[in-house]
Design a protein around this ligand. Structure first.
Ligand SMILES: Cc1ncc(COP(=O)(O)O)c(C=O)c1O
Length: 954
């Protein structure tokens, strides 16, 4: 065996503190061994034997392995359609967005002053969607097309109270229909599919009707028919949802023009690789009056303290934390990186470019249609954009196989029909190959059209879509935006509950391998063997790490994993004749998505109290279990708790709930404090979701990609999600899918695979212990400045700590906001603010941060405490000091006028002006693009698409 030098051990690269730093940090806590920290966990749940994982491999070895798996996939030319289309990612966008850590290591833009770049990109996304659909307000992004349709049904439910039927176009994408059916099961709606939607609206008491445009078969309903459907629907107070291909809308009538209330769909074909089904950003836009019940995030324009226009998340930001089970949806992480990619595709091509791409696709489809028609093939319709359905009695399988032999994947509709969908990447040779398979010859003739649809280029008129069409300009625009943001590539992001750890380059690289990036989710199984093997191995490793028996990778966010897990619990109770078991106990400290997901799964939320020390009030738990014994479906707890503590009561809690016939859901978002040390599936839990975009190194991407696998014990395995088109994706006994694609965000799974493969069992355990060490080290260093709110019985925290600012705020009037914004001046992203306790900051350093960075953070916090003392002592005016005025922009610090009681250097360089490689000090100073943003102003005057450039002039 070849011996690797230790620097080649990946865990040494992933874990921040060196061996000697680790010893010093341990000594500061009065400990001598890293293993001593394992004692922070209750003995009853601690696992000391090593995980059964393959030996850790090097970066070079994992890249080799993944190259091999990618080569086992045979993407061919994807002409299957069904909501996923071949597209050409502009290389300038691929390298400078998708593959650029400045974009992919950013967090959700809750701190808007350090997120102006990605907020602008998302505002462009909203403008693009709003322009193309004609509806005034578009959201920042949703999880995929299937869940976007289901979310639109949810909006309709909240607006029209009458009726209990969801009416679906028979030509709706089958995976969207299946996702809607899953949600409808939980909510008790009836789902009816029909082709003649006007007649169906007359027959059924519907509250929503969903039309697909173009339909799965390729057919485009004429505008006259769409208007008749909308008129009939509105007569009966029924909401009209249009599920539209955004590229087709460059040529078709905008849904607003024929009176649709909501438009939804996918933005995948705007330059986002197929990725075997995801991650891709879904979109939603709504008519006036519905904006306040929209799911997901919405970017709005406001102003900063200097009156400069500035972007921020508007309205429903973190609304689950406020409205909990009454929230409009459980969507938290969505697919931001992919929304940014899609928006940049539109910025780069502009309206003319997009229309040119759509025209070419349509023209190629018409040529193919003429060739096939000429050869006597029967076409389902002559009104199409890019997709044909050809009737070939009894020969469909044979023709699809023949096309595959020529390097093209077509859709096998049934024994008698084949679907053909043309994409941006379809070449002359592909068209010729397809024609040949059908015994036709491709000529210059064309056939078919867009029914009575027509559209002027009345979209994307804003300068941003008409300015950056050369690569030089585009590159500079992307760089300018990313320079406005603070991501992990600049410094530590100590966000509690978010696990902003390293996303290593060796983990990221393979997602761009063509074998992973270019495969269609409904490609035949024999051409997806690499993904099948990757999924099989990754599931096995996750099962081993969590102690569960079965894992489904389908949920494409943590909250979607929660929904999937709760649906499994529901399925289990129903199978046991316990349909009355609908109560879900949720501790008051739980993440807001828990309650929102429980409501979506049709459960009734009952809150369990917390004690003053933050732990679950076990007396209240006993009382609630007793009170709801016969209706108890489940308890949802986060472990370690959202207070950052390993509660000793966890095994007792599991026992109590099980005795009453309930199931235990452990929210696995904090798995970074358990991996290698304890296994929820073995300490009493029945189900968990994992956040691969936290614990398992998938980057946050500014708010997604999300990957939230659900893991269960054997008795819940029959109720994991499945998929209508891919039998291997889940059990037949399931309730259905929770996401459009069989394996959710499959395209980013190589990241977690590489992470586990390179860390191995020892590396994972060491990472967890170091995460605990780092949190305790920070807590200890800061205890004199900001007390740590909660700790376990041994005085230790888990992988994060809550700093209590409330007493300080009381005496000094300096708020958590002020401290969070002042940290920007010191070159840091703020910790999590006011979750789970209002008026506090929750710090999660993760194992990837070095001692140097931890010390820099602690010193900044200690210096901020000294600044607060000055305010308290009256040395600085309580309304004019570096804290209330933070963050300081370059424009402010260099302004001719300076009337503050502190110096410009104190404002902009509070940590000094020394040289150094680190963000925030001296030459590497990070300057926020805007000063403190006025959130309320932005919510009162909702502006959610690009404002005219004059708005930025002085
Ligand atoms: C404890 C906890 N549960 C659930 C979630 C939801 O995960 P996601 O944002 O991926 O939907 C989060 C996300 O921050 C979380 O911290």
């Amino acid at each position: 065996m070849v011996t690797q030098p230790s620097a080649h051990t990946f865990s040494n690269r992933h874990i921040g503190p060196s061996a000697s730093e680790t010893s010093q940090m341990l000594a500061s806590l009065g400990l001598s061994r890293l293993e001593d920290l394992a004692e922070a966990l209750p003995a009853a749940i601690r696992v000391d034997e090593p995980l059964d994982l393959p030996p850790a491999v090097t970066e070079a070895q994992v890249l080799d392995d993944l190259r091999g798996l990618a080569a086992m996939n045979r993407p061919h030319r994807a002409m299957i359609g069904m909501g996923y289309h071949g597209t050409l990612t502009p290389p300038v966008v691929r390298r400078n967005v998708l593959e650029d850590p400045a974009w992919y290591t950013a967090y959700t833009p809750y701190q808007p002053e350090i997120s102006q770049g990605r907020l602008e990109a998302l505002l462009n996304f909203q403008t693009m969607v709003s322009d193309l659909t004609g509806l005034p307000t578009a959201g920042a992004s949703l999880l995929d097309e299937g869940t976007a349709v289901a979310e639109a049904v949810g909006v309709a439910r909240r607006t029209s109270k009458k009726g209990d039927v969801v009416l679906l176009d028979a030509d709706l994408l089958p995976q969207s229909a299946a996702v809607v059916r899953t949600r409808a099961l939980a909510m008790g709606y009836q789902v009816i599919e029909a082709d003649d939607l006007v007649a169906a609206l007359q027959q059924h008491e519907a509250f929503v009707v969903v039309v697909q445009l173009p339909g799965t078969s390729g057919r485009i309903r004429p505008v006259t028919e769409l208007r008749a459907i909308a008129d009939k629907a509105h007569e009966n107070n029924v909401t009209v949802v249009a599920a539209c291909d955004l590229l087709a809308l460059t040529r078709l009538a905008a849904p607003a023009g024929w009176d649709a209330d909501i438009a939804v769909g996918s933005t995948q074909r705007f330059g986002v690789p197929l990725f075997y089904g995801g991650p891709h950003a879904g979109y939603i836009s709504v008519r006036e009056g519905l904006e306040r019940s929209m799911p997901g995030r919405l970017v709005g324009v406001s102003v900063d303290a200097d009156g400069t226009p500035a972007y921020r998340l508007a309205l429903q930001t973190r609304e689950q934390h406020i409205r909990r089970e009454k929230a409009t949806s459980n969507i938290c992480t969505a697919q931001v990186l992919l929304a940014v990619t899609a928006s940049m595709y539109a910025v780069y091509h502009g309206p003319e470019g997009l229309r040119g791409i759509a025209d070419a696709i349509h023209a190629n489809t018409r040529r193919l249609a003429a060739a096939l028609d000429g050869a006597g093939c029967q076409l389902a319709t002559r009104d199409f954009f890019d997709t044909l359905t050809v009737t070939v009695p009894g020969r469909a399988a044979e023709l699809v196989a023949a096309a595959r032999d020529r390097g093209v994947h077509l859709r096998l509709v049934d024994d008698d029909r084949v679907g053909i969908s043309v994409g941006e990447d379809t070449e002359q040779a592909d068209l010729e190959a397809v024609a040949e398979v059908f015994g036709a010859e491709l000529g210059e003739d064309s056939l078919g059209g867009l029914a009575d649809h027509g559209r002027e280029a009345d979209y994307l008129l804003h300068p941003v879509f008409n300015s950056y069409h050369s690569e030089t300009l585009m590159l500079r625009y992307l760089r300018a935006l990313s320079d406005r943001d603070f991501a992990l590539d600049r410094g530590m992001i100590p966000l509690g509950s978010c696990t902003m750890k390293l996303n290593a380059t060796a983990e990221m690289e393979p997602i761009s391998y063509p074998g992973f990036a270019d495969l269609h989710p409904f490609a035949p199984a024999q051409d997806a063997e690499g993904y099948a093997e990757l999924v099989r191995r990754l599931c096995r490793w996750l099962e081993e790490i969590t102690g569960y028996d079965r894992v489904s990778l389908q949920p494409n966010s943590g909250a979607n994993g929660e929904f999937a897990g709760l649906m499994a619990i529901r399925g289990y109770h129903l199978a046991h004749g316990d349909d009355q078991r609908t109560v879900c106990l949720i501790p008051s400290s739980a993440h807001g998505t828990n309650a929102a997901s429980a409501a979506m799964a049709g459960m009734k939320v009952v809150v369990v109290k917390a004690l003053a020390d933050g732990s679950i009030d076990m007396d209240d738990l006993r009382a609630q279990v007793e009170r709801h014994r016969d209706q108890l479906a489940a308890i949802m707890v986060t472990y370690p708790s959202t207070h950052g503590v390993y509660e000793d009561s966890i095994t007792e809690l599991c026992r109590l709930v099980h005795e009453a016939g309930g199931q235990v859901y452990v929210d696995g978002a904090n798995m970074n404090a358990l991996a290698g040390l304890a296994r929820p599936g073995r300490f009493g839990a029945d189900v968990s979701h994992l956040n691969l975009h936290k614990t398992f190194a998938i980057p946050h991407g500014g708010g997604g990609p999300g990957v939230g696998p659900v893991a269960v014990r054997e008795h819940l395995a029959p109720y994991l999600p499945n998929h209508p088109l891919v039998a291997e994706a889940g059990p037949e006994t399931s309730y259905g899918p929770v996401a459009a694609a069989p394996y959710g965000s499959a395209g980013v799974l190589p990241i977690s695979y590489a992470y586990i493969a390179m860390m191995g069992a020892d590396g994972l355990r060491q990472a967890t212990l170091t995460a605990i060490l780092n949190a305790n080290y920070v807590g200890k260093r800061l205890e004199g400045a900001f007390p740590v709110l909660y700790a376990g019985a041994d005085g230790r925290v888990a992988h994060e700590c809550i700093l209590d600012l409330r007493p300080i705020t009381k005496t000094s009037h300096v708020s958590v906001d002020d401290v969070a914004k002042r940290l920007i001046d010191y070159g840091f992203h703020a910790p999590t603010m006011s979750f789970p306790v209002a008026g506090t900051l929750m710090v999660e350093p993760t194992e990837s941060e070095s001692r140097y960075e931890l010390d820099r953070f602690c010193e900044a916090m200690i210096a901020i405490r000294a600044e607060i003392d000055k305010v308290e002592r009256g040395e600085w005016d309580s309304s004019d000091n570096p804290l209330t005025n933070a963050p300081h922009t370059l424009a402010r610090v260099t302004a001719d006028e300076w009337n503050h009681p502190y110096s410009r250097t104190e404002a902009g360089f509070p940590a000094g002006r020394h040289l150094g490689p680190l963000a925030g000090t001296g030459q590497d100073k990070y300057w926020p693009a805007v000063a403190r943003i006025d959130g309320v102003q932005g919510d009162r005057n909702l502006v959610c698409s690009c404002p005219p450039p004059e708005a930025y002039q002085d």
